[in-house]
Design a binder for this molecule. Structure first.
Ligand code: NAD
Length: 512
């Protein structure tokens, strides 16, 4: 293991002999299949240990269910104080946690730090929220009656996360769930166990300093899809929040639906940007490159489809190609690098396969090859690709989790919107224009059909204050800001009769 990573883990309080199960402050070795985590940087082994067995997943869920009985009685503002303390610990450990993210997920330092900052931001948001879990008072139709809503804690929440946001997505869920009164059982990606263990270590440190917090407020089970399915099956988890591919979301949603549970799905994207003739091309180019090649094209919000007006398409393509040629590709732990590695060999072969399909379907491919010189051996480093292609090519319908940007042309604005919406996914979208009519149309009911609709910025890099998520094959879930908290609570409608009569609703007469 790399020395910087080792030292970061030690400062975080995470022992270097990882264990697959953590129930609050208690850890236990896994009793399941062996698991190996490798660094995308050089393919080196970071951790090798047995994963959690299914009875161990059950034990974590049981512990969370018991913790819920205690935590739901703690007033929400007091729950917020715990989240505030946790956020402070994150602030203190920001650099170390980012180092773990870089080594395990392959993100450049700036993006890894940004990911930890999102965790800190969502903690701040959740602390404020802890005093704002408002219910409505509703005008009753009956004299002497009060009609009102209360929001109560829901129960323990199962959280399944993907490799590419190995810490922030858990925090989006955990910080909000905790203030809402819900313990969390986390099954992280099997590709990023150390990130999860580091988060649990920070939780443990916070726990040690806080009174009246049930330890099983946070538990961790490291395993594969079978552990995820166990979470989806459990009737003790009224909500399962699952982030990952659309295929995973379909499997989780079906299992949760069979038991009539609630699922919050954050799945694949195939994000598009319309570049209109009036766009500021300099601003467009900068926002496109960050959105298309950041995290080596492995963000759910990565820009994958560029829909450019034919009057500016050649100029924009040439500008982008010049910028792409200069991209510093290499070890994400080194300063100055902007594009790190793909996560593993499978991701590299999927990128190759998508580019081959694009060529077969008439696409003109710029870039996209493997980079072997000046990068650590053992990692999968690639040159980001731009593919000029028809919007009718089947390949543009698919999310390939790699830095491939399909460039398509349009003539009429209505066609641009139609091309934009003609894919199964509906996560993030953008328009670059100086024309307010186009901008507002794109944001309107007849514009983009995505959950995130941006004007004059790229598709990636959302702020935590908004509700995050998307439509169609992206799953329909909303996490993080705005009123996403409501999914983590149950609503009770109260009708209180403070009169001495018994008028019935709808004026019904039932004289005895
Ligand atoms: P993945 O679907 O392979 O795995 C995600 C998680 O689901 C992992 O923890 C995995 O173990 C678990 N899992 C897989 N199959 C399962 C099953 N049948 N039942 C239960 N759990 C199962 O995804 P990945 O490769 O880690 O991440 C990349 C994908 O995630 C991309 O499609 C990306 O767009 C998506 N993603 C979406 C968002 C979002 O907010 N919309 C955020 C990050 C990533």
């Amino acid at each position: 293991m790399n020395r910087a990573l080792q030292e970061a883990l030690q400062r975080l309080g995470e022992p270097l002999s990882p264990q697959a199960v953590a129930i609050g402050d208690q850890t236990a070795p896994g009793e399941g299949a062996p698991l190996v985590a490798r660094s995308p940087i050089d393919g080196g082994t970071l951790a090798e240990f047995p994963s959690a067995a299914l009875p161990q997943v059950d034990a974590a869920i049981e512990a969370a269910a018991r913790a819920y009985l205690q935590w739901r009685l703690v007033p929400a503002p007091a729950r917020g104080q715990f989240v505030r303390a946790f956020g402070e610990k994150l602030r203190a450990h920001k650099a170390d946690l980012a180092t773990v993210v870089t080594w395990e997920a392959g993100k450049i330092a700036q993006e890894a730090l940004g990911e930890v900052q999102e965790m800190i931001d969502v903690c701040e948001f959740a602390v404020g929220l802890s005093r704002q879990l408002y219910g409505k008072t509703i005008a009753s139709e009956r004299p002497g009656h009060r009609l009102a809503e209360q929001w109560h804690p829901l129960g323990p929440v199962g959280v399944i996360t993907a490799f590419n946001f190995p810490v922030a997505v858990w925090a989006w869920n955990a910080a909000v769930a905790w203030v809402c009164g819900d313990p969390v059982v986390w099954k992280p990606s099997e590709k990023t166990p150390l990130c999860a263990l580091a988060c649990q270590a920070i939780f443990r440190q916070t726990l040690a300093e806080c009174q009246e917090v049930p330890p099983a407020l946070s538990s961790l089970v490291i395993g594969g899809a079978d552990a995820g399915q166990r979470i989806a099956e459990s009737t003790k988890l009224p909500l399962v929040s699952a982030t990952g591919s659309t295929a995973m979301g379909r499997a989780v949603a079906a299992t949760v639906a069979r038991r009539l549970g609630r699922s919050l799905l954050e799945l694949g994207g195939n994000n598009g940007m319309v570049v209109a003739p009036s766009a500021d091309l300099e601003l467009a180019a900068r926002s496109i490159v960050f959105a298309a090649v950041g995290t080596c094209g492995q963000r759910c919000t990565t820009l994958r489809r560029l829909i450019v007006h034919d009057s500016v398409a050649d100029a924009l393509r040439d500008r982008l190609l010049r910028l792409y040629e200069r991209l510093p590709i290499g070890n994400p732990a080194e300063g100055g690098v902007l594009v790190g590695p793909l996560v593993d060999e499978r991701a590299a072969s999927e990128m190759e396969g998508a580019l081959a399909a694009a060529r077969d379907q008439g696409g003109r491919v710029h870039g996209g090859g493997r980079v072997a010189a000046g990068v650590p051996a053992g990692g999968y480093y690639v040159r980001p690709a731009i593919v000029e292609i028809s919007p009718d090519a089947p390949i543009v319908q698919r999310e390939t989790f790699a830095p491939i940007l399909y460039l398509m042309r349009y003539h009429d604005f209505a066609d641009a919107v139609a091309i934009h919406n003609a894919v199964p996914q509906g996560l993030s979208s953008a328009i670059l224009t100086s024309d307010v009519r186009e901008a507002e149309s794109f944001c309107s009911a007849s514009g983009s059909d995505c959950g995130i609709v941006n004007v004059n910025i790229g598709t990636s890099g959302a702020e935590i204050g908004g509700a995050f998520g998307g439509e169609k094959d992206t799953g329909g879930g909303r996490e993080s800001g705005s009123d996403a908290w409501k999914q983590y609570m149950r609503r009770a409608t109260n009708t209180v009769n403070y009169s001495s009569d018994l008028p019935l609703a709808q004026g019904i007469k039932f004289d005895l």
